[in-house]
Ligand binder design. Structure first.
Ligand code: AP5
Ligand code: MG
Length: 214
């Protein structure tokens, strides 16, 4: 099963991709996460991406397409993958189609998480993650079961993303509406589009998605 999660910053793509990936044993491919790792590792891609990410702008298509093309070749993707944050432009969608065709793979479904933009600012400014395993949390909506201790790995250190501030979130929303929202019509025309109410509770959103997968 190969699917795309579509939605503005904070819509819950990463949260839901993590749930689906554990339940269905398929790989979560987050281009944002891959780029942040490249920034951390100080690679050439990371150096090119750092400023753009921190300004809330999109990284050039050829950079992200290259990363995804390499990643989906790896054996763990044979069972399927969840694309979280890719494609984000029409040229990226066309490149993905070509890649999948070449590998004899198909795209099963594109799921939009429909949300209210103003709530996204609150979701993003309250977000943090485990500094060790990357598990995501939120100051109000998703706290660790034991305060200050990661549920997943027991680590006690947490971090916030450099682009998770109100000003950058608004720039990211603008990039979404300018470049990514047209993908909704694109996938609707290709008969791959579905949507869920991304404003519902995390578990409820996961249930709605599950119904689209079986
Ligand atoms: P990326 O990392 O993809 O960021 P984004 O699209 O801005 O999305 P987020 O990760 O902020 O949100 P999310 O939808 O994953 O929400 P989450 O589940 O964490 O990209 C970052 C940057 O990298 C881009 O700006 C760009 O520069 C670059 N980039 C990446 N891909 C690219 C591409 N393809 N092309 C070009 N550039 C690219 O949830 C948010 C918070 O809300 C969490 O705290 C969570 O706990 C909470 N939450 C989630 N669901 C709910 C719910 N239902 N109710 C209440 N709270 C919830
Ligand atoms: Mg994310």
């Amino acid at each position: 099963m190969n699917l795309i999660l579509l939605g503005p910053p904070g819509a819950g793509k990463g949260t839901q991709a993590d749930i689906i990936s554990k339940k269905h044993r398929i790989v979560q491919l987050s281009t944002g996460e891959m780029l942040r790792q490249a920034v951390k590792a100080g690679t050439e891609t990371g150096r090119k991406a750092k400023e753009l990410i921190e300004a809330g702008k999109l990284v050039p298509d050829e950079v992200v397409v290259g990363i995804v093309a390499e990643r989906i070749e790896e054996p763990d993707c044979a069972n399927g993958f969840i694309l979280d944050g890719f494609p984000r432009t029409l040229p990226q969608a066309a490149a993905l189609e070509k890649l999948l065709d070449e590998k004899g793979k198909t795209l099963d479904v594109v799921i939009e998480l429909k949300v209210d933009d103003e709530a996204m600012v609150e979701r993003i400014t309250g977000r943090y993650s485990c500094a060790s395993c990357g598990m995501g949390y939120h100051d109000r909506h998703k706290k660790p079961k034991t305060p200050g201790v990661c549920d997943e790995c027991g680590n006690k250190g947490f971090m916030r993303r450099a682009d998770d501030n109100e000003e950058t979130v608004r720039a990211r929303l603008l990039a979404y509406y300018r470049s990514t929202a047209p993908l909704i019509g694109y996938y609707f025309a290709k008969d791959r589009y579905s949507s869920v109410d991304g404003m519902a509770d995390i578990d409820e959103v996961a249930e709605q998605i599950e119904k689209l997968l079986v």
